[in-house]
Design a protein around this ligand. Structure first.
Ligand SMILES: Cc1ncc(COP(=O)(O)O)c(C=O)c1O
Length: 462
């Protein structure tokens, strides 16, 4: 497990993935847009020609006018992508180390992904869950046969997956307590435990579990029955996981939004024991760390600990919206027709694309490559950023990587974007989060690290 958290240390020259390249002048980062667009536009996809700056300005102005302002978007208008590259409407090229927040696992417009999408779209996109359709069954079979689970439930997003898991846990606890779950006066364990710095989503149930108060306070009161414990602190967990009170414990095996922090082995194993002792369910939220991102198919495989339920979303259909809850049979047994559902969930289009995405990721060669690329990225970051005194730590696992700074990461991310590399922040805003497509190349990794190093030095000179 030593690789899970790598304390920052100045790397030896020999270990630096992009040795000798950290000093490349940043002026060279952007490919000449006209050359670039020629290449792109000769492909069969009929993309529009690059626009002038006024076009981007107009899109941004219209967005402010017509779209509810809940996002602080970067001032660029993205036009198209291929692999780990994206281009804005003016033709500027970016290396996309954000992948739509860990979603575009195969990069942009992967040919197999695209073929699956087109093939299914030509047949059938949506029926709701009124009828049986094949792709959802095929996806559930894949997920069940390649995990701890016995059943899959589909939804559309990560927060919905957690919402589903909350409901399944609540009903499971009522059935287990021996009460009639449909009796409004019946009482049973209903508390849900989550941890500091966790992120489980923005809908009211998942939001109650989510750590950051600023996401919650404007929408008070929160769902009752939530208990918070310190992440990676078993003593703290023990104090809130109680027999007769706790229905389920939600934890990310590797925290993403919270700052790219892996659970310790002791913590995750200990949580399993505490849940078993208390008769509570253990739920792993693998919305961000699941499906290959850690170099394992599931993040919890790094620990050898199995949950009762696991929630998935982001990369599952490689860019189309989908979520899933995987359940053990004892939880699945309590859910009956009519207990939960969604109009769009598990539609044939998204499930066909998810099957293809899953098949590509679920290969030993692919997963080993993710692990190796993650290692390369961490080493390259140490090489290119490590000499800046504002870097505290480079950490993570697989291609879920964080650079902990002693300052806010936003200005560095902004500077990197100007220089052609897209990254995001995490933690208290003091972590640079890198979650590139799992198909990112070594050259892209090296270049991204160089640019991030230069961006940090520009914002906070050594
Ligand atoms: C661990 C985790 N859970 C849940 C969510 C919520 O997913 P969504 O934004 O698809 O609702 C996220 C999103 O970042 C996440 O990282």
């Amino acid at each position: 497990m030593a690789h899970l958290t790598q304390r920052h240390a100045a790397p030896s020259r020999a270990s630096c993935a992009s040795r000798g390249r950290c000093v490349v002048p940043i002026a060279a980062t952007t490919t000449n847009p006209s050359n670039l667009l020629k290449g792109v536009f000769k492909s069969a996809n009929g993309l529009p020609a690059a626009q002038g700056p006024d076009y981007a300005k107009k899109v941004i102005e219209d967005e402010a006018k017509y779209v509810l302002q809940t996002y602080a978007r970067a001032p660029v208008v993205i036009s198209h992508g291929k692999g780990t590259k994206m281009w804005d409407v003016e033709g500027k090229e970016y290396i996309d180390m954000a992948a739509g927040i860990a979603v575009n696992a195969l990069g942009h417009t992967d040919s197999q992904w695209y073929a699956a999408l087109v093939e299914q779209a030509a047949k059938l996109a949506h029926t709701s869950n009124l009828y049986h359709t094949e792709p959802g069954v095929a996806l559930a079979k894949r997920l069940v046969e390649n995990s701890f689970a016995d059943k899959a439930f589909f939804c559309n997003t990560g927060t919905e997956a957690n919402e589903g898991a909350i409901k399944f846990a609540r009903k499971w606890a009522r059935v287990r307590a021996g009460v009639d779950p449909y009796d409004a006066d019946a009482t049973a364990p209903y508390e849900l435990v989550s941890f500091t710095s966790c992120f489980h989503g923005r809908t009211m149930g998942a939001l109650a579990l989510t750590y950051k108060e600023q996401y919650k306070t404007p929408f008070y009161p929160m769902m009752p029955g939530h208990r918070l414990a310190q992440y990676n602190d078993l003593q703290s967990a023990r104090a809130v996981i109680e027999k007769g009170k706790t229905a389920a414990v939600f934890v990310e095996p590797v925290q993403g939004e919270g700052g790219i922090t892996p659970s310790t082995m002791t913590f995750l194993k200990g949580l399993r024991e505490l849940c078993d002792e208390a008769g509570a369910l253990l739920v792993f939220d693998e919305v961000q760390c699941g499906l290959g991102r850690t170099g394992k198919l599931w993040g919890h495989q790094l620990y050898g600990v199995e949950p009762d339920m696991m929630t998935l979303a982001k990369p599952l259909a490689g860019g189309l919206p989908i979520g899933a809850v995987l359940l053990k049979q004892h939880v699945a047994d309590v859910m009956k027709p009519g207990d939960h559902g969604s109009t769009f969930a598990g539609n044939p289009l998204v499930c066909a694309v998810a099957c293809t995405t899953f098949d590509i990721i679920n290969s030993p060669t692919f997963l080993t490559a993710v692990e190796q690329k993650g290692h390369r990225l961490r080493e390259a970051l140490k090489c290119c950023m490590g000499s800046n005194p504002h870097v505290r730590e480079v950490r993570g696992v697989g291609l879920l990587v964080g650079v902990q700074l002693d300052m806010m990461a936003g200005p560095v991310v902004d500077a990197a974007r100007e220089m052609g590399v897209l990254a995001i922040t995490a933690g208290k805003g003091d972590v640079i989060r890198l979650v590139p497509p799992l198909t990112v190349t070594d050259a892209e990794i090296d270049r991204a690290a160089e640019v991030l190093g230069a961006a940090l030095n520009k914002v906070a000179p050594k």
